[in-house]
Structures are given as C-alpha cells and as structure tokens.
Design a protein around this ligand. Structure first.
Ligand code: ADP
Ligand code: ASP
Ligand code: MG
Length: 411
C-alpha cells in the first residue's frame, strides 16, 4: 500500500461537476488501497476574483488582509470535495493550512513553508480517511493566515509529500504532462516522458507556469517523486526525476520556455568609471526591485550604455529610480521598452554539445527576428526579443531543435 499526495488544480475543481468527477477518481484510487492526501486549489478564476474584490477597496491592499481573503477560495473546494467523498461512502476530512499547521514565515502573499505538523494527517490516514488539505495557504507564528504566491498549491502538495515521506506526489491539471513548450502556443508541442528537476526548475523559472517554481525546488531538495498528469484522462504523464540518462536519443534541448513578464531599461551615455554598474543597480536593488538580464556595452568616448530587465509590474518604479541615478551620475538619457519577451531553450544535453546557442540564433535570424539581449547558463540560453515575434520565435525554435511531434497520419 502506497501513500500518495494528489494535487488538483483550479480548472480540475472549477465546477460542481468537476468536483464530483475528482471525487470519483479519488474514490477509485482509495478503493485500490492507497492512502491518499488530496490537496486542492480554488475553483479556476476564484483567486483572481478575490484579488479584484480587494482592489475595489484599495489599490494597495494590506498584504496580511489580502491573504485573509484569497485563502478563502481553497476553503470552499476542500469542503465540497470532502462532502462529495462522504456522499460516496468514502470517509474523508478537510483541513485548512492553519488546521494542519502548515507553519510559514510571515512574508504575506509569498510565504515560505517552514514546518508541517503531520500528526493529525497521519492519525486520519490510520483511521482510513482521505485527508483533503487546502493548497496555497499556511499560518505564521503569530497565527496569521499566509499564502504561498500564485500557483502555490503545487508547493503545498510537494511539501506535504516531503513531510509525509509519500511514495509520490501527483500534480493533476488540465494538460497530460509537461510539454516541450506550452501546448497552448505551439500545437506541435510534445509531452515529455521525463524531465530532470534541474531542467524543470529552469523551465518554471523562465516562464513555464505548469508547476510553481518553489514546488520544483522543494521536490528536488527532498527528493520527492513528482509526476504531472491530466485530471480526467488516463496516461503516464511526465515524471520529474533526478537521473540524467545518458541515452543516444537524449535531445540537446528538452524544452522552450517564454515569458512576457519583463520590461527593459537602458541608461545611455554613462561616464565609464569603475563602479558604474554598482552606481546604477545599487539604487535599484535598494528599492527592492529584482533585476534579471544585464548587458553593458563596451565603452567608447569614455561613456557606456547599460541595459537591464525588471518585472513589468516594477517598470515605472525602476524608471523613476534610474532617472534619478542618471541625473546624479551625469548620464545622457534613460529609455525603456515594455513590449519585449524572453524566450529560453533549456536542456541538460547542452552541457555536452557545442554550438547550441548559435543554432538558436540562426533559427531566429532565418525568421528575421532581432535579438536584443542574450544570457546563458550551463543548461539554458535566453534571448530578449520584440514581444510581437514571441510565438513565431517559439515555433521556429521548436522546429529547429527537432522537438515537433511527428505529424499524425493523413496530415
Ligand atoms: P492548474 O490550475 O492545474 O494549477 P496551471 O494553469 O497552473 O494549472 O498549469 C497548467 C497550464 O500550464 C497548462 O494549461 C499550459 O497551458 C501551461 N503550460 C505552460 N508551459 C507548459 C509546458 N511546458 N507543459 C505543459 N503545460 C504548460
Ligand atoms: N488558487 C491559487 C492561485 O490561483 C493557488 C493555486 O491555484 O495553486 O494562484
Ligand atoms: Mg498551477
């Protein structure tokens, strides 16, 4: 008999019919003999609706109170599923994060899990109950409700699996696994049988929102076997694993991630003296703005241009800080662009293959897509391009790296 944590996402519990379907599925697994802990998201759209309600009161809701409201979405679904299970004769009980005691730090809206008390859950499992836990939420040492950031139910699932030493954490969603890229954007995307934690972490960090980044970090750290599956279709899904198989067929690139969340700022005509990067980015980080990609050009005429990207939500704040800096250090001007996108190719196969970046640049050149910025690490290459070319770029790269699914017969 195995202990399995099953997490169902927002669309999978998006209506009463779906919740009944999830209950049927859980019942079947339970009857097969496994111990089950089920983690749920709020109904799809609900968390956005709750945030919107708060925003109708104030532009800047107090983070603590925002957590009080957004955590209610998950409280609704856990009660409904538990009722649906009991109706089917499956003993079950629901718990909020506070009731389990998922202890987090006090960073409201982006809290980190510190500790999980597994006693209650273990006692219920022993009594033969299915335990249904609200995802996305916890409680801090002061007893305040906290939430784990958007998509945080994935992290609740993985953290519970780690705490309970579960045999597997299954993430049920509206796609049947992790794909080579977002299947909504590239219809030729292929489901991956396996992907390494390291690759999945890069994919998630670079914009593939199929799993929350922290859930992948957690799974890697505690070695939780993690699988992404379709809620209502049978299939093996995608296993996230540690092993990097040295197989001949191992593709160089496992996937392509992209995001439209960033904006670019350039400060031009900066007097080129030692410490210039610090003078520019010091005030940005002092304002709590995270910087992603950075490019500094070679100086000529003793001045240089310096470009970096920030999250789009922080663009205006960053622009104000940078304009102050420009005045202080005597730079010529500040320019910016919010209509950019970042496209990244990810794969552990890159470690052992040369020329991956140039193959990427060639594919983009063939489509006449101009690259504005580049950054590389051991297993990824990212480029910033004009946003309007994003889909074209992702599709071109998908084909260039031979990731396209084989055409079905007759196509
Ligand atoms: P849930 O509500 O179940 O948590 P999400 O919307 O958070 O579901 O995640 C599933 C979605 O992730 C899919 O519908 C898909 O559009 C998107 N996605 C982005 N990149 C990928 C990828 N590489 N593979 C699979 N799905 C992806
Ligand atoms: N309901 C939360 C969100 O929409 C958490 C989750 O679904 O994982 O972000
Ligand atoms: Mg999600």
């Amino acid at each position: 008999m195995a202990l399995i944590v099953q997490k169902f996402g927002g669309t999978s519990v998006g209506s009463i019919e779906r919740i009944e379907q999830v209950a049927e599925k859980v019942k079947k697994h339970r009857e097969a003999g496994d111990d089950l802990v089920v983690v749920l998201s709020a109904m799809s759209g609900e968390t956005n609706r709750l945030i919107d309600l708060a925003r109708q009161i104030t532009d800047q809701p107090v983070p603590r109170e925002l957590d009080v409201i957004v955590s209610t979405g998950e409280q609704v679904t856990i009660a409904l599923l538990t009722m649906a299970l009991i109706k089917r004769g499956v003993p079950a009980v629901s718990y909020t994060g506070n009731q389990v005691r998922i202890l987090t730090d006090s960073s409201h809206n982006k809290a980190r899990i510190l500790q999980i008390d597994d006693q209650k859950i273990r006692a219920d499992l022993k009594e033969g109950r299915v335990v249904v836990v609200a995802g996305f939420q916890g409680v801090d040492e002061h007893g305040s409700i906290t939430t784990l950031g958007r998509g945080g139910s994935d992290t609740t699932g993985v953290a519970l699996a780690a705490a309970l030493k579960a045999d597997e954490c299954q993430i049920y969603t509206d796609v049947d696994g992790v794909y080579t890229t977002d299947p909504r954007v590239v219809p030729q995307a292929r489901r991956l049988e396996k992907i390494t934690f390291e690759e999945m972490l890069e994919m998630a960090s670079l914009g593939s929102k199929v799993l929350q980044i922290r859930s992948v970090e957690f799974a890697g750290k505690y070695n939780v076997p993690l699988r992404v599956l379709h809620s209502f279709k049978e299939g093996p899904g995608t296993l996230i694993t540690i092993d990097e198989e040295e197989s001949m067929e191992q593709p160089i690139i496992s996937g392509i991630a992209f995001n439209r969340d960033e904006a670019k700022l350039t400060i031009r005509g900066v007097p080129d003296t030692p410490g210039v990067a610090f003078k520019i980015l010091g005030p940005i980080s002092a304002s709590n703005i995270e910087v992603d990609m950075i490019v500094q050009n070679v100086a000529h005429d003793n001045t240089t241009d310096f470009t970096f990207t920030v999250h789009r939500n922080e663009y205006e704040k960053a622009q104000n800080v940078l304009e102050n800096t420009a005045r202080e250090i005597g730079a010529r001007e500040v320019i910016g662009d919010t209509k950019i996108a970042k496209v990244s190719i990810v794969g552990v196969g890159m470690r052992s293959h040369a020329g991956v970046a140039s193959r990427m640049f060639e594919a983009l050149a063939k489509e006449s897509i101009n690259i504005q910025m580049i950054s590389t690490s051991e297993i990824k290459v990212s480029v910033v391009i004009e946003e309007k070319y994003l889909e074209l770029a992702v599709r071109a790269l998908h084909t260039a790296f031979e990731l396209d699914a084989p055409a079905r017969q007759g196509e």
